[in-house]
Design a protein around this ligand. Structure first.
Ligand SMILES: *[C@@H]1O[C@H](CO)[C@@H](O)[C@H](O)[C@H]1NC(C)=O
Ligand SMILES: *[C@@H]1O[C@H](CO)[C@@H](O)[C@H](O)[C@H]1NC(C)=O
Ligand SMILES: *[C@@H]1O[C@H](CO)[C@@H](O)[C@H](O)[C@H]1NC(C)=O
Ligand SMILES: *[C@@H]1O[C@H](CO)[C@@H](O)[C@H](O)[C@H]1NC(C)=O
Ligand SMILES: *[C@@H]1O[C@H](CO)[C@@H](O)[C@H](O)[C@H]1NC(C)=O
Length: 329
C-alpha cells in the first residue's frame, strides 16, 4: 500500500516536472518564425539559412520543433534567392503560404503557394503565384488581415518609398491584392529608429471587436529590435490611416537581465486546448553577432479585462515556464 502511494507521488511529481519548458523551441538559426495550428498539430515556417527552400515543420508540441517532421513545400528556381519570412494561413478554407523572394530581375516581390489538400500542410503545394504583379516595388513580410468589417486585406512592408514601413491593401482573392496601397505611417520615433528606422513583420490578433497589428521596429540587425502594436475597431475602415491608434512605445523588447535581445518578428497561435494565446518570435542571446543567430522562442500572451493583449518580458533560456494549456507530452 505505502509502495503504491510512493509510486503515485513519484509519478505525480514526474508529471508536474513535465509540465514546464524552457525557450528556445529549436537549437539553430530560425528567424522570422510563424506557427499555424491545424487539426492536432503545429506547423512552423521560417527564414531558412539557405534562403532557397521553404520548409514546413510539423510538431505535436508547441514547445519544441527539435523532433519535427519536415517537407520542402517550395524550392526557388535557378537565379532566385532571399526566400524570407514565409507565413502559412487558412483563407476561405484553403491553405496558403505567403513569402518574398528575389529573382527574375526583381528585387523582393511577394509570392504565394497553395496546398493541394488544405488539411495537409505536409502534402503537395502549387507552383508560386506572384502577388501584386501590377505594383512593381519591393515587398516583404506579407500577412493576411481579416478585419471585423468582413473585408480582407494584405499587409506587408516595403522600402520602396522611404524607410522600411508597413503598407495595407484590400484583397480581391487569396492570390490577388487590389488597390490602393496605403502607407500606415513611417517610423520616425526614437524607439522605432535604433540603428535604423524600421517597421516590418506585421501580424494580426483580435479581441472584442478590435484588430491588433503587432509589428517589429528598429534595425533588424540590432539588439533593440522590438515589437510594437497598433489597433483599430471593427467598425472603422483600415484604409484610412487616422482610424488606427498608434502606440507611443514598444510592448516587447530586450531583456538584458535574462540575456534576450533582438526580440521581434512575432506571430500568434493558440494552446492545444484553444484557451490560451501564444506568441512565437525570434531573439538572440548576445547584442552582437545577430545574423545567423536569431532563434525561435515562444511566450504566453494574457488578455486584460478590457481586452488588451498583455506582453510578458522575454524569458531567457534559464527561465522555466508552464507548457501551453492542454499540451500532452
Ligand atoms: C532544397 O531542398 C531539396 C530537397 O527537396 C534539397 O535537395 C536541396 O538541396 C535544398 N536546397 C538548398 C539550397 O538547401
Ligand atoms: C504529390 O505528388 C506526387 C507527384 O504527382 C504524387 O505521387 C503524390 O502522391 C502526391 N502526394 C500527395 C500527398 O498527394
Ligand atoms: C461586437 O460587435 C457586435 C456587432 O456590433 C456586437 O453585437 C457585440 O456586442 C460586440 N462585442 C463586443 C465585445 O464589443
Ligand atoms: C489602442 O491603442 C491605443 C494606443 O496605444 C490605446 O490607447 C487603446 O487603449 C487601444 N485600444 C484597445 C482596445 O486596446
Ligand atoms: C543560466 O544558467 C547558467 C547555469 O546555472 C548560468 O551560468 C548563467 O549565468 C545563467 N544565465 C542567465 C542569463 O541567467
Amino acid at each position: 500500500m505505502s509502495n503504491l502511494i510512493l509510486l503515485l507521488l513519484i509519478s505525480i511529481n514526474f508529471v508536474a516536472s513535465q509540465q514546464m519548458f524552457r525557450n528556445p523551441i529549436l537549437d539553430r538559426n530560425s528567424a522570422d518564425p510563424t506557427i499555424l495550428r491545424l487539426g492536432d498539430f503545429y506547423y512552423l515556417t521560417l527564414s531558412e539559412n539557405t534562403e532557397r527552400n521553404l520548409t514546413v515543420y510539423k510538431s505535436s508540441l508547441l514547445t519544441s520543433f527539435r523532433e519535427a517532421e519536415s517537407i520542402v513545400a517550395y524550392s526557388t528556381l535557378e537565379g532566385f534567392s532571399d526566400l524570407w519570412a514565409s507565413e502559412m494561413h487558412v483563407v476561405d478554407g484553403d491553405l496558403y503560404i505567403y513569402f518574398t523572394m528575389t529573382g527574375g530581375g526583381k528585387d523582393h516581390r511577394m509570392y504565394v503557394i497553395k496546398a493541394d489538400d488544405p488539411t495537409n500542410p505536409m502534402g503537395n503545394w502549387s507552383d508560386s503565384i506572384r502577388l501584386m504583379p501590377d505594383w512593381d516595388f519591393a515587398a516583404i513580410d506579407g500577412t493576411i488581415f481579416n478585419h471585423g468589417n468582413g473585408r480582407r486585406y494584405f499587409v506587408f512592408a516595403t522600402w520602396a518609398f522611404g524607410p522600411l514601413t508597413i503598407y495595407i491593401a484590400p484583397m480581391n482573392s487569396p492570390t490577388q491584392v487590389g488597390f490602393p496601397k496605403i502607407e500606415l505611417k513611417r517610423p520616425t520615433e526614437e524607439w522605432e529608429c535604433y540603428e535604423g528606422c524600421v517597421k516590418e513583420g506585421p501580424f494580426f490578433i483580435f479581441k472584442n471587436n478590435v484588430s491588433f497589428c503587432v509589428y517589429s521596429v528598429s534595425s533588424t540587425w540590432g539588439p533593440n529590435y522590438a515589437l510594437a502594436m497598433m489597433n483599430i475597431s471593427y467598425e472603422l475602415d483600415p484604409m484610412t490611416v487616422s482610424n488606427w491608434q498608434m502606440p507611443d512605445g514598444p510592448i516587447f523588447y530586450r531583456n538584458d537581465e535574462e540575456e534576450v535581445y533582438t526580440t521581434g518578428h512575432a506571430a500568434f497561435t493558440v494552446s492545444p486546448d484553444g484557451s490560451e494565446t501564444w506568441m512565437v518570435y525570434h531573439g538572440t542571446t548576445t547584442t552582437t553577432n545577430i545574423e545567423g543567430h536569431r532563434i525561435a522562442r515562444i511566450e504566453k500572451i494574457d488578455w486584460s479585462e478590457d481586452g488588451r493583449p498583455i506582453f510578458p518580458r522575454p524569458h531567457g533560456y534559464n527561465h522555466s515556464q508552464a507548457v501551453p494549456s492542454g499540451q500532452v507530452v
